[in-house]
Ligand binder design. Structure first.
Ligand SMILES: *Cc1c(COP(=O)(O)O)cnc(C)c1O
Length: 480
């Protein structure tokens, strides 16, 4: 590239937008993608070039050349017209990965989503009376029947559920919570901050590892608005610990007439046991134990869409629904339709375990995963030379998102290692990045100096095999 000493002089070599738009190669882009996106791309490319010219840290000052400029414009146009969010193949071994969208929905939910998305619906219409209905009514009865509660309120996610419960029932009051439960869950869910934003003041009870009933009793006052328990779903405190029996907190809260609320985070609607894995029906257990309200996510163990479910006493749910904040947190028709479809599947538990991908993947037997890894191994190997060691390996999956914390699910997958004596150096980081740059990015886990692809979430090997066909081109670009 030509080197110009004076950046202002080279700045003047960048033609005006209208001139660039009249170049034959750019006219071609306009006819294909339309005027507005191409001119936006031209402006952005100009800005970038100007910025580079003024950037004193780069010694090589690029000047305007038509070919390079138009190529950049083309690339930018493609970026602007392509959707940013797209499917990826999650082979990390974490089933409910928040960064990768947690649960995949069953086909019944997809059908329900499509129907309501393409049409008007009775989302807030009582068809019998012809009057205004309530959107939560579409899911309330199913949840009540499944977990034995009186009423339900549904919001956008569980963080919203917690916030709404606190704000509706304990605003300007004190919320008692055991010091051991002051949790932070990945992605900025910190209970102390949520409490503050909800307008409650936090009253920490006991010590981090040991909290007794008498600690709660001594903190109760007329200012108390709620007793709150949060499931420490992403860590455990072990050793010299003491947790207050929930039954005793139920009793205490009813004695002092404040609600006892439990944030479960993740909760299953039914009890499930298969292939050495057990999922408890925690929500129904809590309701049965007399907890006034519970909150849990729709896209964790339930395997549904993102939402937060508040379940429990009817009078409390009524107060929650009357809070204007509920209006700001309500679910859209798409989530309600998906949740409703998933709940209907739970009406037949024997079927649910096969139809709901999250459950199917949690209970997927290791043998099946291993044989899938075995059959894809030779195909993957054929794309690499012997500088990369590729083997079938045993590995451990986990449910993730604070569901079944500490539970390891024996799994299998493929392990790729760069051999020490490899002459053409392809680092592990590069290898991982190559798989991420496939049209459907493949996300593995780097562990022990190897790239591991846990095959638990790979149910159709053809999805992987099809992506591998793009490898040679990407490898050529990266290794040369
Ligand atoms: C996951 C979780 C949350 C947050 O739920 P979102 O659905 O991500 O908003 C809150 N509390 C607990 C205990 C959790 O596990």
């Amino acid at each position: 590239m030509e080197r110009l000493e004076n950046p202002l002089a080279s700045m003047r070599t960048i033609p005006a937008v209208y001139k660039i738009l009249n170049l034959p190669s750019v006219i071609e882009l306009v006819s294909k993608f339309g005027h507005s996106v191409v001119s936006a791309a031209v402006r952005e490319t100009q800005d970038e070039l100007r910025k580079n010219l003024l950037d004193s840290s780069t010694t090589e000052k690029p000047s305007f050349t038509e070919k390079a400029f138009v190529q950049k414009v083309h690339g930018r146009v493609l970026e602007l017209v392509q959707k940013s969010i797209k499917p990826v193949l999650n082979l990390t071994g974490t089933i409910l990965h928040t960064n990768m969208g947690r649960s995949f929905l069953p086909k019944e939910a997809i059908e329900a989503i499509t129907e309501v998305a393409l049409n008007s619906s009775n989302i807030e219409l009582d068809l019998t009376r012809g009057s205004r209905g309530h959107r939560d009514a579409h899911v309330e009865k199913d949840i009540c029947d499944l977990i034995g509660c009186e009423a339900v309120s549904v919001v956008n996610n569980n963080a919203a559920a917690v916030m709404l419960v606190l704000n509706s029932l304990a605003r300007r009051k004190e919320v008692l919570i055991s010091r051991g439960e002051l949790i932070e869950i990945g992605g900025s869910f910190r209970l102390p901050d949520i409490m503050k934003s909800a307008g409650c003041s936090l009253r920490e009870v006991g010590t981090t590892n040991r909290t007794y009933l008498k600690d709660f009793q001594s903190e109760v006052s007329p200012k108390t608005g709620m007793i709150f328990k949060a499931y420490t779903s992403n860590y455990t405190i072990s050793g010299f610990t003491k947790e207050v029996n929930e039954k005793k907190l139920v009793q205490l809260s009813s004695e002092v007439n404040v609600p006892f609320v439990v944030d479960l985070g993740s909760g299953s609607l039914i009890e499930l046991k298969k292939n050495g894995v057990q999922i408890e029906a925690t929500p129904s257990k809590k309701i049965l134990a007399g907890v006034d309200l519970i909150t849990f996510s729709g896209d964790k163990l339930i395997g549904g869409p993102q939402c937060g479910i508040i379940a429990g006493r009817k009078d409390l749910i009524k107060r929650i629904n009357a809070n204007p904040m509920k209006r700001a947190m309500r679910c859209d028709k798409v989530s309600i339709a998906a949740l409703s479809a998933v709940l209907k599947l739970y009406r037949n538990p024997g079927k649910a375990i096969h139809c709901i991908p999250t459950l199917r993947l949690i209970f997927r037997p290791k043998d099946e995963i291993r044989s899938l890894a075995k059959s894809t191994l030779p195909i993957l190997k054929s794309y690499f030379n012997d500088h990369i060691e590729i083997k079938v390996t045993d590995c451990d999956s986990q449910v993730g998102s604070g569901s079944l914390p500490g539970k390891i699910l024996p799994s299998a997958g493929i392990r790729m290692r760069v051999k020490r004596n490899a002459s053409r150096k392809l680092t592990l980081t590069q290898l991982a990045s190559i798989f991420r740059s496939l049209p459907m990015p493949i996300i593995g886990r780097v562990h022990d100096d190897a790239l591991i692809f846990d095959c638990r979430l790979l149910e159709d090997e053809n999805i992987l095999i099809k992506q591998l066909e793009f490898l040679p081109e990407i490898l050529r670009k990266n290794v040369s």
